[in-house]
Design a protein around this ligand. Structure first.
Ligand code: GAR
Length: 191
């Protein structure tokens, strides 16, 4: 089975979707979650992961120099020997110190087409511009901001979505399905 390290900073709904997929979904037989890691020790997603029986680890990033923190986080994660590092609402830009040890094996999910929107607040962007649709993107992480090769995309119909909450609800439903499926495809074909 492929060993997954999941990284989060907040709620962790994508983490939950991936963990569930390893237990009873498309990642069963294919992957196991070896650690859920956060740069925020009080992230709700970390507690949720623990409740599901996943090993958890945290290293506070607040007040730390980026390169130093990233080197320490990478060293910590390497102890778990992950095949893939799965970013799930991990709200940090990764420096080369973090990317190098896992190059080509770090995935991210972005709630927009990364060719059209990068960085934070992608659902606000779609809502404010009254877009009729947006496109959830799973991509490999390189040293740019949301610039890595795209692995999978799926459109979300936003027609009639009158509130930001409704835009997010529709988008997250697609995120949760797409992330597990993209991981399964990647594991089957190899990194
Ligand atoms: C998700 O919508 C994810 O796509 C987004 O943050 C949210 C995390 O939610 N990520 C980004 O915007 C990255 N630029 P979650 O903690 O419930 O998975």
């Amino acid at each position: 089975k492929a060993r997954l390290a999941i990284l989060l900073s907040g709620r962790g709904s994508n983490m939950l979707a991936v963990v569930r997929a390893t237990q009873t979904g498309v990642l069963r037989e294919l992957a196991e979650v070896v650690v859920v890691f956060s740069n925020k020790p009080d992230a709700p997603g970390l507690e949720a992961a623990g409740a599901l029986g996943c090993p958890t680890a945290a290293l506070p990033s607040q007040g730390r120099k980026r390169a130093e923190f990233d080197a320490e986080a990478a060293a910590l994660l390497q102890q778990y020997r992950p095949d893939f590092v799965v970013l799930a609402g991990y709200m940090r830009i990764l420096s080369p110190a973090f990317i190098q040890p896992f190059a080509g094996r770090i995935l991210n999910i972005h709630p927009a087409d990364t060719h059209q929107h990068q960085g934070l607040h992608a659902y606000e962007w779609a809502f404010d511009n009254r877009l009729p649709a947006t496109k959830i993107t799973v991509h490999l992480v390189d040293e740019g901001l949301d610039t890595g090769p795209i692995l999978a995309q799926q459109a979300v119909d936003l027609r009639g979505a009158d509130t930001l909450a409704e835009v997010e609800r529709r988008g997250l439903a697609v995120e949760h399905e797409l992330y597990a499926r993209a991981l399964a495809d990647l594991i089957k074909t190899g990194p």
